[in-house]
Design a protein around this ligand. Sequence first.
Ligand SMILES: Nc1ncnc2c1ncn2[C@@H]1O[C@H](COP(=O)(O)OP(=O)(O)OP(=O)(O)O)[C@@H](O)[C@H]1O
Ligand SMILES: [Mg+2]
Length: 340
Amino acid sequence: MYPHSPLARQDRSANLVGERGLTLVGAKRTHPRLALHVDGLSKFYGARHAVTGVSFDVHHGEIFGLLGLNGAGKTTLISMLAAELRPSTGDAVLSGLSIRDQCRAVRRMIGVAPQQMAVYPTLTAVENLRFFGRISGVRRAELAGRVEELLHFTGLQDRRNDRVATYSGGMQRRLNLAVALVHRPRLILLDEPTAGVDPRSREEILKMVRRLRDDGNAILYTTHYLTEAEGLCDRVGILNQGTLVAVGSLEALFADLEPSEVIELSGLEGRIDLAPIRAVGGICRVVRGRGLVRLYVKRAADLIGPLQKIIMRDRSVRLKVTALSLEDLFVHLTGSGIQE
Ligand SMILES: Nc1ncnc2c1ncn2[C@@H]1O[C@H](COP(=O)(O)OP(=O)(O)OP(=O)(O)O)[C@@H](O)[C@H]1O
Ligand SMILES: [Mg+2]
């Protein structure tokens, strides 16, 4: 799990985009080999802006997490990068090939595990892998060996000749991922690859994704499970209503934020008067919701005294101080939640 201590957040290679404008802080590159360069990609459906001016890079040997709530634009972005959906503006380049102008060549280099399962339920795992291998251009001489390799990788050897319709959700997801890999793509696009699976199956899938990364693959991974991204992704992009509001390693994103701690007040009956606490200063954001008030603060210790004075009047109120979690970071950057 990610170490939340502010002292641990020394890497300052984040790009924070949005309110603060685009700031390039440092240029520490731990993954120097570029796999994908995305440049101002947008998709408009009439007046609806599904994706707006998104730019980021993905390197070999890196899992880049694209985090966003439902409807943030993750699948739209993946579909454009997979050269399945034409961008309204912008472009992305993969090994010198443009997704706009060289669609066919790009498709051969990319492996996509779509959010909606893309395997045939009436075929077996072997039949699915063979079929997708053939249509992805894998040579006959190589295909049998590749199918064996992937059955082993996914742990589906024992069920290889059973129809996919008889598989558990987790097994189907693993096969969905294997199909994306059959032609040894240079860039792997995984759109919510753990959607709807139980925690054990999720861990198996994450282990597979880490192995792919450790073998030097470039991986773009979308999810709205923030805790999953926290333990998995080398860098993340936070997508909010089609716009990328921050890009960088988690360390860098945390380090660039003003607040470093969260004070959570629970058991509040009505609206709490925060005026005396605000007078102390150091509150960066207030989020109210689900019977809680969360204060994003620079230094909790400075505010505990004034808060206790208010709380003493109401014995049911509880106070908890935590370091910022990825969920807090997400709320702070996207403004989701009910705020003052
Ligand atoms: N073909 C389409 N026509 C019109 N609007 C669309 C179309 N496809 C997607 N959208 C809209 O674009 C926005 C982004 O959708 P998208 O599916 O990319 O989000 P997402 O982040 O993948 O969401 P989820 O987490 O639910 O999968 C949404 O508002 C969606 O309604
Ligand atoms: Mg989606």
